[in-house]
Design a protein around this ligand. Structure first.
Ligand code: NDP
Ligand code: MG
Length: 393
């Protein structure tokens, strides 16, 4: 029996995780569920899976949440604030932490789980992008196991040999890691129309059903840029070890190419319950509820290279990856601010890349040797991004 904390339980990954967990209540027990402010969903989930604790990061909802928990006569302990997120992430009753908070807000509790040597199922790519070296070093020091949830990274993990040693591609006869991406909803859209793209259009991903932030990142392909950085840290890769391949059908979730010419791909329906079930049960396999691929229905199977004019955000992320950690932290923070401004209708779709570029151009590289320095760098970048938005308007 594994005991779980699910950080970000009310989100897209959180709900998919509960869906898989509920299919296997002989294997998984839920210790804690967390959200930011959506206490109604969180309390219903807690009742559904008999969670012992719930945490809401947003303390302003405390009174309403406690009143609702009392009226539901729930046998669950309610906690509020970031310290409580940390407590349910590093509690010694917990074996496994699903890290599925969106954005930089996930860093502190996810890092706490790593520092406590947990089995960490990592969906929150932003935490790794902003603190890569520290994150991996802490996992090694504290004996944490990190299992990738991001579908591409989970696919790469499945395509690597069991003997793979972190960072040593040559020893395993690997020539390239091929990171695939669909290209999002605007793969074929006339570039002249990009300025007028609305948040609703950008959130409507052709293959995946996801939270708003990652949906926008998928439309700009910043998501693939963040995933490039994520892959570097998860597997110890150099920039040149990874190629990005557009594959609009999202049937292949990524590949590993070997020196003998073999390419091993992981395929499946675009449904996050596959990587979630894989990581939850690793190294054994469990049912996820995902329909098997029907090869009679698969028609097109195409590949191409993403172009910089269509996806400037992807190329900004690749530039940040070459610049180093503080540039990655900075770009990630700026992107969170600019995506939120786009969703709020304050800037246009193309302004996201414009403002991100402005922040990265202004960035002076510094070394980040503590989590406090990472958080400071993130805060500084947010301020520069806010000024870039103000300048635009
Ligand atoms: P959602 O927006 O659907 O959910 C986000 C979750 O995080 C919610 O539970 C939300 O709570 C919580 N949250 C938001 N802000 C805070 C905060 N400040 N403090 C604490 N909790 C907070 O996101 P997704 O599930 O789509 O994505 C989660 C992570 O997984 C992201 O890092 C994303 O990149 C990654 N990922 C997602 C995939 C997907 O298919 N969705 C695929 C691959 C990776 P509340 O509901 O109260 O706002
Ligand atoms: Mg992904």
């Amino acid at each position: 029996m594994q005991t779980l904390t699910i950080l970000g339980a009310t989100g897209s990954i959180g709900k998919n995780t509960l869906d898989v967990v509920k299919r296997h209540n002989d294997k998984y027990r839920v210790y804690a569920l967390t959200a930011n402010s959506d206490y109604e969903t969180l309390l219903l989930q807690a009742r559904d899976v008999n969670a012992q604790h719930v945490v809401l990061a947003d303390v302003s909802v405390q009174n309403e949440a406690l009143a609702l928990a009392a009226s539901m006569e729930l046998d669950v302990q309610c906690h509020f604030g970031v310290d409580a997120l940390v407590k349910v992430s590093n509690d010694n009753k917990v074996d496994t932490v699903m890290a599925a908070i969106v954005g930089a807000a996930g860093l502190i509790p996810t890092f706490a789980a790593v520092a406590a040597g947990k089995r960490v199922l990592l969906a929150n790519k932003e935490a790794l992008v902003m603190s890569g070296e520290l994150f991996i070093a802490k996992a090694n020091e504290c004996g944490a196991t990190i299992l990738p949830i991001d579908s591409e990274h989970n696919a790469i993990f499945q395509c690597l040999p069991h003997s793979f040693k972190y960072g040593d591609l040559a020893a395993s006869g690997i020539s390239k890691v091929l990171l695939t991406g669909s290209g999002g909803p605007f793969l074929e859209t006339d570039l002249a129309l990009f300025d007028a793209i609305t948040p609703a259009q950008a959130c409507a991903h052709p293959n995946w059903d996801m939270g708003q932030k990652i949906s926008i990142d998928s439309a700009t392909m910043m998501n693939k840029g963040l995933e490039f950085i994520e892959a570097r840290w998860l597997f110890g890769l150099d920039n040149d070890d990874i190629d990005i391949v557009l594959h609009p059908q999202s049937t292949i979730h990524s590949m590993v190419q070997y020196v003998d010419g073999s390419v091993i791909a992981q395929m499946g329906a675009p449904d996050m319950r596959t990587p979630i079930a894989h990581a939850l049960a690793y190294p054994v396999r469990i049912k996820s509820g995902v329909n098997p691929l029907d090869f009679n229905q698969l028609r097109d199977f195409t590949f191409s290279t993403p172009c910089p004019e269509r996806y400037p955000n992807l190329y900004l992320a690749l530039r940040a990856a070459r610049m180093g950690q503080s540039a990655c932290t900075t770009l990630n923070a700026a992107n969170e601010i600019n995506v939120a401004a786009f969703l709020a209708g304050h800037i246009s779709f193309t302004d996201i890349a414009r403002c991100n570029a402005q922040v990265l151009d202004a960035h002076e590289i510094s070394s980040l040797t503590t989590i406090e320095q990472v958080i400071q760098c993130d805060q500084n970048a947010r301020e520069v991004a806010q000024s870039a938005i103000l300048e635009l308007s």
